[in-house]
Design a protein around this ligand. Structure first.
Ligand code: GLC
Length: 568
């Protein structure tokens, strides 16, 4: 009989304490490698106004999303991030929230929300909401009270200051959406600060009452079944207290304002305290926090993970998304940097604020091949991918042609240099009927002509479509141990055209080879140093016909993708 150490009461007490602590809560549901659900999940961003229109209003809604759960599950999506669907005057299409604890009637009701969560559960699709943390709408009751008098209960919930003099704002700070970041309010004769539109006054995060109220909002939604939040614009939470002028840089921006270094109103260290405490609240519910983290360097990105993983689990790597050309070298450098950062990488190639990847990477001739190539890249890396709706179809931007058609206000302020973000927010392309099957009435934004070929129904029938490529790839991601758990091992690092790497896990690996050039390429591999010299290889997914037969030398068509399993 084996000797068993007696379990002492002290050990039992410590074990009981640990089981109850938030730490234990956050650590539950780990897999054998210590990974949590969100590390194996595929996230999918939905712009609710444009995804599915259940009541033919020309705008999407929550019931529309609920009706597409089968589609999402079959695609291989585990969590959807829905951009703001809360009551809002819709100046910034939902990013101006007037009530954090309800649903905007455009999108439905709280009952519809609950039904969506339920249907999501039935389809293993979790719901992530967008938390607009930096500012509210100017129609939020907090702001209406705040502006009513200098002694109002919510006065100090926003940032109010006297002007420097008559018609002179408190300092030179500019709104990222154009012109001064200060608006004069005649009721009290002071200015309020807004980093975004004037209808989006910044909350004063130095006021503990703001923090308490906002943290409670997240608790309210956790109880309703949300699995986490994408935190909007976290870089801009704090401003220096003395409101020093920012340094002016040479030249002007798209709005005709002087270029400026946002030194004293972005990325202030105080925000890390807020994020750490917000993470504490998230851990009570085993929730995940995703950050809209625009960083200039990997070191800045690292800060968002926080020491010992105590801040955001998933700060988005916009440095990766900002590589706007097919450069094997640049992608290799960026991936290696994030992979070594100590945090869990988060990759995306498009979202509702940036031109769709189909246009950014496409060369006009091989766009469909390039769409598969990019999927082959960001969906096979070690880390969590966030897709943008329609990327799986090869949806393209449909930018407005005339200023009067622009819906996004920055497109009107900045026209024609800045056309706004309408182009990347057009309705999801469900089939080849009018309005891409999104709506029987004219939708709020027009679909591009390519919807005739790039839509769910048409691509569903074509085994070589972008949609079916995504489905295969996502199925592999969910089942292959090396893709789930394997480390990232770069190969042939001096190849300027082809990016290749292994995802290596124990005695198996997946080899990924991606031709980022418009020319055929032949790549030789010596996998002896990685211990796979004599490995048996099986093709998992390729765009080449016929599939390459040997892994020692792989011949690739322009923008070709080859993904193979290696087993010792
Ligand atoms: C974020 C959102 C963007 C919005 C802005 C202001 O950057 O992604 O769409 O306009 O915040 O809330």
């Amino acid at each position: 009989m084996k000797f068993q150490k007696p379990v002492t009461p002290t050990i039992l007490a410590v074990a009981a304490m640990l089981a109850l602590s938030p730490f234990a809560q956050a650590q539950k549901n780990l897999d054998a490698e210590g990974h949590q659900w969100w590390q194996h999940a595929v996230f999918y961003e939905i712009y609710p106004r444009s995804f599915a229109d259940s009541d033919n209003s020309g705008m999407g809604d929550l019931n529309g999303i609920t009706s597409k759960m089968d589609y999402l599950q079959r695609l291989g999506v585990d969590a959807i991030w829905i951009t703001p669907c809360f009551p809002s005057p819709q100046v910034d299409f939902g990013y101006d929230v007037s009530d954090y604890e309800d649903i905007d009637p455009t999108y439905g009701t709280l009952n519809d929300f609950d039904r969506m969560v339920e249907e999501g559960k039935n389809h293993n699709v979790r719901i992530i909401l967008d938390f607009v943390i930096n500012h509210t709408s100017d129609q939020h009751k907090w702001f209406l009270d705040s502006k009513s008098s200098k002694t109002a209960a919510h006065r100090d919930w926003y940032i109010w200051r006297d002007g420097k003099g008559p018609n002179q704002p408190p300092n030179n700070w500019l709104s990222t959406f154009g012109h001064s970041a200060w608006k004069f309010d005649p009721t009290t004769g002071q200015y309020y600060y807004h980093y975004f539109y004037a209808e989006q006054p910044d909350l004063n995060w130095r006021n503990p009452a703001v923090e308490r109220a906002m943290f409670d909002v997240t608790r309210w939604w956790y109880k309703r079944g949300v699995a986490g939040f994408r935190l909007d614009a976290v870089d801009t939470l704090f401003e220096v207290q003395d409101l020093r002028d920012n340094p002016i840089l040479p030249g002007t921006n798209k709005f005709g304002d002087p270029n400026m270094e946002n030194k004293y109103n972005t990325k202030l260290p105080e925000m890390h305290g807020v994020l750490t405490r917000l993470r504490g609240v998230a851990d009570e519910s085993d929730a995940v926090l995703i950050g809209e983290t625009w960083t200039k360097t990997i070191d800045q990105l690292k800060e968002y993970y926080g020491g010992h993983g105590k801040e955001l689990q998933m700060p988005m790597d916009f440095l990766f998304a900002n590589i706007n050309r097919l450069s094997a070298d640049e992608f290799r450098r960026q991936i290696a940097g994030v992979d070594a950062s100590g945090g869990w990488p988060v990759y995306l190639v498009s979202n509702h604020d940036i031109v769709r990847s189909y246009n950014r990477y496409g060369d006009g001739r091989h766009n469909d091949e390039i769409a598969k190539l990019m999927a082959g890249l960001y969906l096979t890396l070690r880390g969590t991918p966030i897709m943008y709706y329609g990327e799986e179809l090869g949806m393209e931007n449909n930018d407005p042609k005339r200023r009067e058609d622009v819906k996004d206000p920055i497109g009107r302020t900045g026209w024609p240099a800045e056309k706004g973000r309408d182009g990347e927010r057009t309705p999801m392309q469900w089939n080849d009927s009018a309005n891409a099957g999104f709506s029987t009435v004219t939708p709020w934004l027009p679909v591009p002509p390519s919807y005739k070929t790039h839509n769910v129904a048409t691509e569903d029938k074509d085994p070589d479509s972008i949609l079916n490529f995504y489905r295969h790839l996502l199925a592999l991601r969910h089942t292959d141990q090396a893709l789930l758990e394997g480390e990232y091992v770069p190969l042939n690092e001096s190849d300027p055209n082809v990016i290749s790497y292994l995802r290596r896990y124990k005695s198996e690996a997946v080899l990924v080879v991606l031709n980022m050039s418009a020319k055929e390429q032949k790549v030789n591999f010596d996998l002896a140093p990685q211990g796979f010299a004599k490995a048996k290889s099986t093709t998992l997914l390729t765009t080449m016909k016929p599939a390459p037969s040997r892994t020692e030398q792989v011949a690739l068509a322009p923008f070709g993708v080859y993904i193979a399993k290696l087993a010792k």
